[in-house]
Design a protein around this ligand. Structure first.
Ligand code: AMP
Length: 213
């Protein structure tokens, strides 16, 4: 079964997805990472989305759906995907159901990480990401992890869209377009809301509990 990790930017979706990958042998499908890879590789998709991302806007559904389909149809990841950053609007949520249905796959759990805007700002402003392994760390909350990171400090970069102006824009976009997806999912039996402001380990513990069911 597949899992959706859902929540505002900076809620900790990527961090928790990385734990699930390690412990439960899942594949993390982060549409944000896929789009950043396209920008790094200077592809046509990359040049189309670069400006949108750096302004806190969304890439088009059509573009993101192309990348999504590639991963869902990859047999290696079959029914073992954590969706991190997808769906981001109601049309994407409907599209996900359609594609998964088409390939006879299901959504086992929808986990919503609920975090307030002031916490999000603090988290995003301290975030650094490894360009090599995509691991995210926080220079305010976990400096030791940064110092000991196995890929080496030279790969640790602050994301271009992790600055205050863009964070505000991303949060606004989230409230307008992504928050309505909550209504779409919240009545499902497999929907769980978690306090995303809790300690990372506590959140991981709760998620592990959900996945054990
Ligand atoms: P993230 O790494 O999930 O924070 O995503 C970074 C940025 O990539 C977002 O602010 C959007 O501009 C873009 N993006 C990621 N996922 C999607 C999506 N599902 N639909 C549209 N744009 C996306």
């Amino acid at each position: 079964m597949n899992i959706i990790l859902f929540g505002p930017p900076g809620a900790g979706k990527g961090t928790q997805a990385q734990f699930i990958v390690k412990k439960h042998n899942y594949f993390q499908l982060s549409t944000g990472n896929l789009l950043r890879d396209e920008i790094k590789l200077k592809t046509s998709i990359g040049s189309e989305v670069e400006k949108l991302i750096s302004n806190g806007k969304f890439a088009s559904d059509q573009t993101v759906n192309i990348l999504l389909r590639k991963s869902i149809t990859n047999l290696k990841f079959r029914d073992r995907i954590i969706f991190d950053g997808y769906p981001r609007n109601v049309d994407q949520a409907k599209n996900l159901q359609l594609i998964l249905g088409e390939f006879d796959q299901t959504i086992g759990h929808i986990i919503f990480l609920n975090v307030s805007r002031d916490i999000i700002e603090k988290r995003i402003m301290g975030r650094v990401t490894c360009e090599k392994c995509h691991m995210t760390m926080n220079k305010f909350f976990n400096k030791e992890q940064i110092d000991l990171h196995p890929c080496g400090k030279e790969f640790l970069k602050k994301r271009k869209d992790d600055n205050l102006d863009v964070v505000v824009a991303r949060y606004d976009t989230y409230m307008k377009l992504t928050n309505p997806v909550l209504d779409f999912y919240s009545k499902n039996a497999n929907f769980t809301k978690i306090d995303g402001a809790a300690e990372i380990e506590q959140i991981t513990y709760k998620i592990n509990d959900i996945l054990r069911v």
